[in-house]
Design a protein. Sequence first.
Length: 127
Amino acid sequence: MAKRKYVFGALEQAIMDVAWRLSTVTVRDVVDAIRGRQVAYTTVMTVMNRLVARQVLKRQLNSSGAFMYRPRLSRETFCAEASRVAIDDIIRRYGAVAMAQFIDRLDRVPNDKLAELRHRLRSERKR
């Protein structure tokens, strides 16, 4: 099983933005959606297959034989998991210094926003 990598490169992020927005996509859907970028169909296909290997996308054949891709997690769930992994890594590496920086940043957040975030976090934990 491949290890999940939670930081995306620019093309990976563009692909995931399309996949999250459309829910189920083909390589052609993604290429068409990111037309502003000069990127080859085969490049998008390769990156999407790498995202499958990293367990970020799921792939299956449709009835016409085309591969359909779908995000394994919603954007919000993916971001929450990626944030937890990043924060755990920072704390593991830098310990109390990192925790002090987090607390310093929290002191700058308005109380009503902190209350809203605590409520969301409790709701997510109940799931």
